[in-house]
Write a protein that binds this ligand. Structure first.
Ligand SMILES: Nc1nc2c(ncn2[C@@H]2O[C@H](COP(=O)(O)OP(=O)(O)OP(=O)(O)O)[C@@H](O)[C@H]2O)c(=O)[nH]1
Length: 305
């Protein structure tokens, strides 16, 4: 990632080009600046799912059309945008205005005409807090042992992708997988070797997932789940077979498996059929994949159920 891409983003919202320019010039060396000259444009930019949301919004209050208070209210009302920090930068400098703005959920309130050094210092404080929060959130969604997304992350992704696939009339598949006779592996080679095995299996599974939208998560102890947006049932079975081969191809010795001499996985696939009742399908998708996984176990393991 380039330095420019790593920069945090500030959206400056003001109907006065001179104000946008002043704030932009003040902050452009440290941050990536986006601008909107109305409340409507600001909302459209932030709610556009294709662009990552800004880290901070510097928001004027008095603007024609949707004013800053209303922009703040609408962003705070939506879970996807409610976490974005907002600082009002405004000529309305009475204590009651400030109290009103802070009660709407803004993190700070700066009166115009502003002192450049104070604006920069306050912005830096909020951006530094935001960087720490982002880091903590990222860690909270990753599995500590394998470094891949954890179950909590999967639950969020699953909800998001299920909604998107239903909206766009796309299929959504999941693959549940479980290492065969992992208890025997742990019991005989030790917990440390078991942990290493989990790490290598996770890497191999990750490497075998081809599409950028696909996600592999650790679902539980020795259980993994793959989420495949836009993939139909046949495609999911193909991916599952690749995943099976990738783990077998690692050739990790497992003398205590009934399946063969190396570590293997069993897999079950299920696909959300957008033509049927969307709610019922979504709820039962993981259950179906789990049932398919258990039939793979019953049928002898190291296979796709
Ligand atoms: N080393 C290690 N072992 C784990 C971890 N999480 C779960 N396990 C072990 O995974 C094993 C799962 O065993 P079982 O659920 O009985 O299943 P299995 O032996 O894989 O048998 P089948 O699934 O029927 O093939 C247990 O021994 C757990 O202790 C982990 O993070 N590290």
């Amino acid at each position: 990632m380039s330095d420019e891409e790593q920069k945090q983003t500030i959206l400056v919202v003001d109907d006065e080009p001179a104000n946008i320019q002043a704030l932009g010039n003040l902050l452009k060396d440290e941050y990536r600046i986006r601008i909107a000259n109305s409340g409507e444009k600001a909302l459209a930019m932030v709610q556009d799912g294709d662009q990552p949301p800004p880290d901070l919004i510097l928001l004027d209050i008095q603007m024609p059309g949707i004013d800053g208070y209303e922009v703040c209210r609408r962003l705070k009302a939506q879970p996807e945008t409610s976490g974005i920090a907002i600082i009002f930068v405004t000529a309305r400098d009475s204590a009651s205005d400030e109290e009103y703005g802070l009660n709407l959920g803004a993190v700070d309130y700066i009166a115009k005409p502003f002192n450049q050094a104070i604006v920069r210092a306050r912005v830096n404080t909020h951006m530094s807090l935001k960087r720490k929060t982002d880091l903590l959130e990222r860690y909270a969604l990753l599995d500590g042992l394998t470094g891949i997304p954890n179950r909590r992350h999967f639950d969020n992704l699953f909800e998001k992708e299920a909604r998107r696939c239903l909206r766009e009339g796309q299929p959504l598949s999941v693959i549940m997988m479980d290492i065969d006779h992992f208890k025997g592996f742990n019991d005989h080679y030790g917990h440390g070797a078991g942990d290493q095995c989990l790490q290598r299996v996770a890497d191999a599974l990750n490497g075998a997932m081809a599409r950028p939208g696909d996600a592999l998560c650790r679902y539980g102890g020795e259980e993994f789940v793959a989420l495949l947006p836009g993939t139909d049932a046949e495609g999911a079975r193909e991916v599952a077979e690749h995943l099976r081969q990738a783990v077998e191809g690692l050739a990790i010795t497992h003398k205590y498996s009934s399946v063969g001499p190396v570590v293997t996985v069993s897999l079950g696939t299920a696909t959300l059929d957008t033509n049927r009742d969307p709610e019922a399908d979504r709820k039962s998708l993981l259950k179906s994949a789990d049932e398919a996984l258990y039939s793979a176990k019953e049928a002898g393991r190291n296979r796709v159920g």
